[in-house]
Design a protein around this ligand. Structure first.
Ligand code: ADP
Ligand code: MG
Length: 238
């Protein structure tokens, strides 16, 4: 049995939910509506991976693939300060790439192979995995080609995760289901390809008084439970 490594989220409740944190060698998917906290958790993880192992990190760097233009260096600086890291160094340790379309996004992942080891990258973030694919392949008539391409992209990420022993964290949107009268009116985008492609799925939602709830869904190894967390000046917290 493999000795699994984790990146702490920096939030006790979320680490509990994930039984240690974000797992190396796997893809963890953050699902949620706009404002649920997906991008905030991505920022925090890009800092957390830099911490020494005894503080929950991997003493390593992050590759941050941003498809929506929502990466904020100021936010990294705030979170790094809260974790007692040098903010400038913390920023330097995040290799940032903006993906302008789905082909570019896949190219960035492909090219990453060349420098993952030399740059000590142990975390790849793709925020969001799916928005370019949805925009470029709209409607039923494009669904099959979109899903096929999405599948290739997820396979690329799995390969990197196992080849280089790193964690992959991706975000996904929710959309309203046409089956609104049959249970949950919202469901994650990307259908079965996303559901089967990502190892662990965390569903985030806003709750009362600025609180947020995270739930792990369809996990092969975790109990299906919910925990609360918050977002403050210092980052994502209990
Ligand atoms: P998503 O990516 O799921 O759409 P975000 O991760 O961007 O959502 O979350 C945005 C929310 O995070 C904001 O609505 C706000 O509530 C909270 N947030 C962001 N920055 C801060 C901050 N500096 N202090 C407190 N809350 C913040
Ligand atoms: Mg976001």
């Amino acid at each position: 049995r493999k000795n699994l490594e984790y990146i702490s989220t920096g939030v006790r409740s979320l680490d509990d939910l994930l039984e240690g944190g974000v797992e190396v060698g796997s893809i963890t998917e953050l699902i949620g509506e706009f404002g649920a906290g997906k991008t905030q958790i991505c920022h925090q993880l890009a800092v957390m991976v830099q911490l020494p192992k005894e503080k929950g990190g991997l003493n390593a760097r992050a590759l941050y693939i941003d498809t929506e233009g929502t990466f904020r260096p100021e936010r990294i600086i705030q979170i790094a300060r809260a974790k007692q890291l040098d903010p400038e160094k913390a920023l330097e340790n995040i290799i940032y790439a903006r993906a302008y379309n789905s082909d570019h996004q896949m190219l960035l992942v492909d090219e990453a192979k060349k420098y993952i080891e030399s740059q000590n990258i142990r975390l790849i973030i793709v925020d969001s995995l799916i928005n370019h694919f949805r925009a470029e392949y709209p409607g039923r008539e494009n669904l099959a080609s979109r899903q096929q391409k999405l599948n290739r992209h997820i396979s690329q990420l799995h390969r990197l995760a196992s080849l280089y022993n790193l964690a992959v964290v991706v975000t996904n949107q929710v959309m309203s289901s046409p089956d609104i009268f049959f249970g949950n009116p919202m469901k994650p985008a990307g259908g079965n390809i996303m559901a089967h492609g990502c190892t662990y799925r965390i569903w985030l939602r806003k709750a009362k008084e600025g609180k947020r709830i995270a739930r792990i869904i369809d996990s092969p190894k975790h109990a299906e439970k919910e925990v609360a967390f918050a977002i403050t000046e210092d980052g994502v917290t209990d």
